[in-house]
Write a protein that binds this ligand. Structure first.
Ligand code: 13P
Length: 258
C-alpha cells in the first residue's frame, strides 16, 4: 500500500487535563472541525478514562473516534483503580494508547507489561496505539534504533501477524515530549522507516505510524509530508481546538484529497 492509500490519522492525547465544561467545548469544536476534513484524514481523541462517556455522547455520529490513554493488563478482578479494556468499549471507544513514555517512566511499566496491555486491548476490539521512544541520553549514545526496536519487538513477539496488522504505532522521542523541541522531520522519518521495516518483516507494513512530541500547527505539515509518517499523536496542542484542528488541516494538506 502506498503512503497516500494509508491516509492520515491525527490523535489527541489529552493526558491528565480537562474538566466537564471545558471538555464539552473542546469536543464540540473538534467534532465540527473534523466534519470539514477530507475522508482520508481520520481524527481521534484519547481522554482521561473518566470522561469516555462524555466523549461518546458528544462525538457519536461525528467522524471523530475516541478512546483512553491506558488499559489494565487484566480483564476484570481485584485490581483497585484499574480500568479494563472491555469497560472502555462499553462506551463506544475504539482507541487505547498503551506504553506511553509517561507510563513507562512514572508507573514503571515494563516492555512486557506494555505487550500484555496491547493484547488485552486487541482482545476487546480496541485499536492499541503502542508508543515507543528513546530518551535523550539513549539518542546521544547512538541507541535509538536498539531501544525503539526492542520496545516494538516485545509487543510483536506476543502477536500473530493478523493482530500486529491491527496496531497503530507512535514514535515519541522522550526528549521531544512537552519540551517544544520536536524531532526534525529527517530524524523522525529515519526512525519511522526503521519501524516500518520491522513491522513489514512481521507482515504488518501498513500499520499507521504516528509521530508524537511537540507537534504544533507550524511544524505538523513538514512532519506529515515524510514518507513513513502517517499522522501524529498530539499532546499539548490537542487541548486547544484551534491548534488541534490546524494540525488536522496540515494532515489534510498532505493527503491525497488535500
Ligand atoms: P506534546 O505534544 O505535548 O509534546 O506531547 C506528545 C505526547 O506525549 C503525545 O502522546
Amino acid at each position: 500500500m502506498s503512503k497516500q492509500q494509508r491516509g492520515k490519522l491525527v490523535v489527541g492525547n489529552w493526558k491528565m487535563h480537562g474538566r466537564l465544561a471545558a471538555n464539552t467545548a473542546l469536543l464540540q469544536a473538534v467534532a465540527q472541525g473534523a466534519d470539514e476534513l477530507p475522508a482520508d484524514v481520520r481524527v481521534g481523541v484519547c481522554v482521561p478514562s473518566l470522561y469516555v462517556a462524555q466523549a461518546q455522547s458528544l462525538l457519536e455520529g461525528s467522524p471523530v473516534v475516541w478512546g483512553v490513554q491506558d488499559v489494565s493488563a487484566f480483564t476484570h478482578g481485584a485490581y483497585t483503580g484499574e480500568v479494563a479494556a472491555p469497560m472502555v468499549t462499553d462506551f463506544g471507544a475504539t482507541l487505547a494508547i498503551v506504553g506511553h513514555s509517561e507510563r513507562r517512566a512514572y508507573h514503571r511499566e515494563s516492555a512486557e507489561l506494555v505487550a500484555v496491555k496491547t493484547q488485552r486491548a486487541l482482545e476487546a476490539g480496541l485499536t492499541p496505539i503502542v508508543c515507543v521512544g528513546e530518551t535523550l541520553e539513549e539518542r546521544e549514545g547512538g541507541l535509538t534504533e536498539r531501544v525503539v526496536g526492542a520496545q516494538l519487538d516485545e509487543v510483536l513477539a506476543k502477536l500473530s501477524a493478523q493482530e500486529a496488522a491491527r496496531l497503530v504505532v507512535a514514535y515519541e522521542p522522550v526528549w521531544a515530549i512537552g519540551t517544544g523541541k520536536s524531532a526534525s522531520a529527517e530524524q523522525a522519518q529515519a526512525v519511522h522507516a526503521f519501524l516500518r521495516a520491522r513491522l513489514a518483516a512481521e507482515g504488518a507494513a501498513d500499520v499507521p505510524l504516528l509521530y508524537g512530541g511537540s507537534v504544533k500547527p507550524d511544524n505538523a505539515e513538514e512532519l506529515f509530508r515524510q514518507l513513513d509518517i502517517d499522522g501524529g499523536l498530539i499532546g499539548g496542542a490537542s487541548l486547544k481546538a484551534q491548534d488541534f484542528l490546524a494540525i488536522c488541516k496540515a494532515a489534510a494538506a498532505t493527503s491525497v484529497a488535500g
